[in-house]
Design a protein around this ligand. Structure first.
Ligand SMILES: [Zn+2]
Length: 153
């Protein structure tokens, strides 16, 4: 995508930041959106190009409507964003910050639960925290590794 288009997208976001309330800006998480735009633009991928187009149209629509943003607009925006993020995760092997931590913590907790019920003779209070801390250790290691490799969105 040509850089003019990209510049316009970032300008759209700046305009939105100025016309929306702080609460709305926070709800729309423009920092994430800007990072996502940079990512989408960095891949030579048709789908990423299409997503950029969609973001462009959606931000333009929000600007035209002005303040306040409808509930349905927020809903549509978040639906779009989660679609885009899952594309980045699946196709481009990127992850959200803290992704591995949350995944491994819950894996650790369920394993801890099982061990607590079996090996530690019904001692969930022992198994659960052990499983959880192992999960956190593995997850944070993987998060740090993803960060080092520039795979965090
Ligand atoms: Zn893509």
């Amino acid at each position: 995508m040509e850089s003019d288009h990209l510049k316009r997208l970032h300008r759209n976001i700046e305009v939105l930041k100025s016309i929306l309330t702080d609460k709305e800006v926070k709800k729309l998480d423009f920092d994430l959106l800007q990072r996502v735009i940079i990512r989408l633009n960095s891949f030579d991928c048709n789908e990423c190009g299409r997503y950029l187009q969609e973001i462009d149209e959606h931000t333009k629509m929000l600007i035209e409507k002005g303040n306040p943003v409808d509930k349905s607009d927020f809903k549509e925006y978040h639906k779009k964003m989660s679609g885009i993020i899952s594309h980045l995760e699946k196709e481009h092997k990127l992850v959200r910050e803290g992704y591995y931590m949350s995944v491994y913590m819950s894996i650790g907790m369920s394993i801890g639960l099982v061990f607590g019920l079996s090996i530690f003779e019904n001692n969930i209070a022992l198994g659960l925290p052990i499983g959880m801390s192992i999960g956190i250790a593995i997850g944070s290691g993987l998060d740090a590794d993803a960060k080092k490799k520039g795979r965090i969105i």
